[in-house]
Ligand binder design. Structure first.
Ligand code: VG1
Ligand code: CO
Length: 543
C-alpha cells in the first residue's frame, strides 16, 4: 500500500460554523471536497504523525464512505492509530468520552447533527480536541487558512477496511481498533447516576417513551434504558439509525418530534417522554401533558443536580449560551453559584469546564451537559431527569410547578425563519445594529429599553475575544429579545429570534409561552422589521 500525493486546489466556503463544517451531502461528495477539508484539519493541529484519533459519525448518508476516506488519509499522514466505532457509528458525546478516556489526540465526528440527512440533504465534519471538546476558534481559523492555500493531500491506496467487525486491524502501518460505540459511554452513565433508584422507578410501573428519531442514539438508549435500567422493551422507538433518519429532521423539538409530542399530550401519555437528535447531543424532555422548554430544563437540572451521585458535592458553577433564557441565572443567584454567559456553540464551554469553573452548562437549543464530557449530551440529560424523578417521586409537571414557584418563570420562545435570502437577512441585521445605540431609554409598547448591544465574549480563561455573537435588546422589566443568524444552516440564512419575558406571578405560570409572549413577539418584529426585510410574516419553527 502506498501513500499518494494528490494535487488539488482550494475550494471556496470551507469554513466551519457553530459546530464544524456543514454542507449539502452532494457538495461533500464532489471531487476533493472532503479530502481538502480533512487535510486542512491535519494542518490545523500540526499533523497527525504518531497520533491516535477517534472516528465516528451519526450514520447519515455518506457516513460510511467518508469514514473510509478519513482512515486512508490518516494512515497516509502517519497516524499511529484510529479508534473507530463499529460501522463508523458513534454519538457525539460518546466520541467526546472516548477521546478523553483513551487519552487520544482528538477525534473526527461525521455529523450534521439536527440537519436532515440523505443524498439531497446535509453532511458535516467536525474535529474535537484532546480534551474531547469542539475545536476552538483559533484552531478552526487555522483550518480555514489551510483550505485556502491547499495544493495537495496525502491518501493511501487501499481497499476498504471492514468496520462491521469489532477488534484490531491495520491499514498500512496504522492500527485500527473497531470498538463497540456504546459500552464505555454506558459505563460512564452508570457512574454518574443512581441507576438503582431509576431501576426502582421502572419496577414500580413508571412508563416512558424515548424517540431516537432513527438517529444514532437508538443503540445507546436501548442498551441503557431497556438494558441496564430495565425499562420495558418498546420504551425506545425509532431506535434503528437510518441514513436518511426515516425522512425526518432528527431535531428533538415539538415540530419535528410531533409523534412523541402528540402522544405526550394525549390520553395515553406515559409518565415521561424524551427524544434526541441526529448525533445524540440534544434532548427534548416531556411529562404527561407537559413540554419542558430547554432553558427551563437546564434550570431544573442545575437546581436538582445534587440528587445524582456525580454532583452530590454541589456544582462549581454553571453557564449558558447568551440567547438561552435567564431561568438558569435565577437558580445560580439563589444558590450562590457563578453563572457564565457564552456565545452560541459548545466550544465556548470547554475552557470553563477544563478550568473547573463550572460543572453544568446548556443552551436553549436543547443541549445540556456537564463536566463528564466536553460536548452536550442528550441521554445524559434524560438520565439526570430520571434520577431526579426517582429521587423526588414527583411528576414532571409537579417538578416544573415547584420550580417556578421557587424561582419565578422566564417565558421563552425561539422563532426561526429558515432559508431566508442571505442578503436580506444581513441587511436586516445591519439596519438593527445601526439603531442599537439609540434604543436605550426608548419606550416600545409601554416597555422601556434598558440596554441594547451586540454580544461579544471575553473568555476568562484564555483571554480570547469573540465578537459579533448576536444583537440583543434588554428591557427594564426583565424582558429581552435576541437576534442572530444561524451558523449551522446550509441554505440561505436562518434568522433566529429569541424572545424572553419574566413573571413572578404564580397565576401566569400555566400560560402557553406563545400567548404570554405575544406582546414581546410583536415588539421583536417591530424593532427589526422582520416582515419588511424578509417578506416573512411568520416563523417556520417556534420552539
Ligand atoms: C445551533 C444551535 C446551537 C448549537 C448548534 C449545534 O446553532 O442554535 O445552540 O450549539 O446548533 O448543535 P446555530 O448557529 O444554527 O444557531 V448540534 O446538535 O448541531 O451539534
Ligand atoms: Co447535535
Amino acid at each position: 500500500m502506498t501513500a499518494k500525493s494528490i494535487q488539488t486546489k482550494p475550494i471556496e466556503g470551507q469554513k466551519p460554523g457553530t459546530s464544524g463544517l456543514r454542507k449539502k451531502t452532494k457538495t461533500f461528495m464532489e471531487p476533493h471536497y472532503l479530502e481538502n477539508f480533512i487535510q486542512a484539519i491535519w494542518e490545523s493541529i500540526g499533523g497527525v504523525k504518531g497520533k491516535t484519533l477517534v472516528l465516528g459519525g451519526d450514520g447519515r448518508y455518506f457516513n460510511d464512505r467518508a469514514a473510509q476516506v478519513i482512515l486512508r488519509m490518516a494512515a497516509a499522514s502517519g497516524a499511529k492509530k484510529v479508534i473507530v466505532g463499529q460501522n463508523a457509528l458513534m454519538s457525539t458525546p460518546a466520541a467526546s468520552n472516548l477521546i478523553r478516556q483513551k487519552k487520544t489526540d482528538g477525534g473526527i465526528i461525521m455529523s450534521a447533527s439536527h440537519n436532515p440527512g440523505g443524498p439531497d440533504e446535509d453532511f458535516g465534519v467536525k474535529f474535537n480536541m484532546p480534551n474531547g471538546g469542539p475545536a476552538p476558534e483559533e484552531v478552526t481559523n487555522r483550518m480555514v487558512k489551510a483550505t485556502q492555500s491547499i495544493k495537495d493531500y496525502l491518501i493511501l491506496e487501499a481497499q476498504d477496511v471492514d468496520l462491521s467487525k469489532r477488534g484490531a486491524t491495520k491499514l498500512g502501518d496504522m492500527e485500527i481498533d473497531v470498538v463497540d460505540p456504546v459500552k464505555d459511554y454506558a459505563q460512564l452513565m452508570e457512574q454518574l447516576f443512581d441507576f438503582r433508584a431509576i431501576k426502582g422507578l421502572f419496577e414500580k410501573g413508571f412508563t416512558m417513551r424515548f424517540d431516537a428519531m432513527h438517529a444514532v442514539t437508538g443503540p445507546y438508549a436501548k442498551a441503557i434504558l431497556e438494558g441496564r435500567l430495565g425499562a420495558p422493551a418498546g420504551t425506545v422507538v425509532n431506535a434503528e439509525p437510518k441514513p436518511d433518519f426515516g425522512g425526518g429532521h432528527p431535531d428533538p423539538n415539538p415540530i419535528w418530534a410531533k409523534e412523541l409530542m402528540d402522544l405526550m399530550m394525549g390520553e395515553e401519555a406515559p409518565d415521561f417522554g424524551a427524544a434526541s437528535d441526529g448525533d445524540g447531543d440534544r434532548n427534548m424532555i416531556l411529562g404527561r401533558g407537559c413540554y419542558v422548554g430547554p432553558s427551563d430544563s437546564l434550570a431544573v437540572l442545575a437546581a436538582n443536580a445534587t440528587l445524582a451521585p456525580a454532583y452530590r458535592e454541589g456544582l462549581k458553577g454553571v453557564a449558558r449560551s447568551m440567547p438561552t433564557s435567564r431561568a438558569l441565572d435565577r437558580v445560580a443567584a439563589k444558590r450562590g453559584l457563578d453563572c457564565y454567559e457564552t456565545p452560541t456553540g459548545w466550544k465556548f464551554f470547554g475552557n470553563l469546564l477544563d478550568d473547573g469553573r463550572i460543572t453544568l452548562c446548556g443552551e436553549e437549543s436543547a443541549g445540556t451537559g456537564s463536566d463528564h464530557v466536553r460536548e452536550k449530551d442528550g441521554l445524559w440529560a434524560v438520565l439526570l431527569w430520571l434520577n431526579i424523578l426517582a429521587k423526588t417521586g414527583k411528576s414532571v409537571q409537579e417538578i416544573m410547578d415547584a420550580h417556578w414557584a421557587e424561582f419565578g418563570r422566564n417565558f421563552y420562545s425561539r422563532h426561526d425563519y429558515e432559508a431566508v435570502d442571505a442578503k436580506k437577512a444581513n441587511e436586516m441585521m445591519d439596519a438593527l445594529r445601526a439603531r442599537l445605540p439609540d434604543l436605550p431609554g426608548t419606550i416600545i409598547h409601554g416597555r422601556t429599553v434598558e440596554a441594547a448591544n451586540e454580544f461579544a465574549y471575553d473568555d476568562p480563561v484564555d483571554g480570547s475575544r469573540s465578537e459579533g455573537q448576536g444583537l440583543r435588546v434588554m428591557f427594564e422589566d426583565g424582558g429581552r429579545i435576541v437576534y442572530r443568524l444561524s451558523g449551522t444552516g446550509t441554505v440561505g440564512a436562518t434568522l433566529r429570534v429569541y424572545i424572553e419575558d419574566v413573571s413572578d406571578d404564580p397565576e401566569s405560570f400555566g400560560d402557553d409561552p406563545q400567548d404570554a409572549l405575544a406582546d414581546m413577539i410583536a415588539i421583536a418584529d417591530e424593532l427589526a422589521g422582520i416582515e419588511e426585510h424578509t417578506g416573512r410574516d411568520e416563523p417556520d419553527v417556534r420552539t
